[in-house]
Design a protein around this ligand. Sequence first.
Ligand code: ZN
Ligand code: ZN
Length: 257
Amino acid sequence: MIAISLQSGSNGNCIFIEADGVKLLFDAGITGAQAEERLAAYDRNIREVDAVIISHDHGDHIRHAGVFQRKFSLPLFMTPSTLAAASSRCSLGKLQDVHHFRSTDKLRFGNVIVYAIRTPHDGVDGSVFVIEAGKKRLGVLTDLGHVFQDLIHIVSSLDAVFLESNYDPAMLAAGPYPMYLKQRIKGPHGHLSNQEAAELLCRAAASRRLQWACLAHLSEQNNHPDIALKTHREVITGNMPIYIADRYRATEILTVL
Ligand SMILES: [Zn+2]
Ligand SMILES: [Zn+2]
């Protein structure tokens, strides 16, 4: 199984995952042209993607879903509530090929299984995903709300993970955001801090199963890749590779062995 984050953050999210001949995109928060171009740089044709799976109704995850569907004829997968909420807000345009799932469902694409897991994030019906191919399991875990019960068991069961590491608490506190937004981000329906993500990874690494982690959905104003990495390195013992999903470009190809 391989994965490429094409972009990650409040300016747009999209992750490509390929396993056993199945090609999936998670979220459609970047333009069709950006997704096409960044996949082409790795010799992948976006038109060969089997499904675009949407995590929740926030614009940075769903904004360009309509274009993905119409321009590249890709089937979209999202929950009915996510579609309803996003349609009223994001002008997705006319959608033809929408498949519904519930945020607790198991989706199957060939030999690849995608488990949806409901989150307490403040989307109307948000989920995160575990992608399973053979015995390998990869998590796409962003916009989590808080470290909810079961999250540690989920991360401990993974071979690799994209994990939200959204903000540095000191930068958030000192930063320019209005108070209500600061409260939302660090509240129970917002995002995970570097420290929370690092502690989660540290505990999960005890299972000795995690091969790598890719820190995702870093805030531009309230975080910095160097600060996130430093926090994680201080908390996580051992030398598990830690990557950063960039806000403006694709990562390298990350392989789950
Ligand atoms: Zn988001
Ligand atoms: Zn969100």
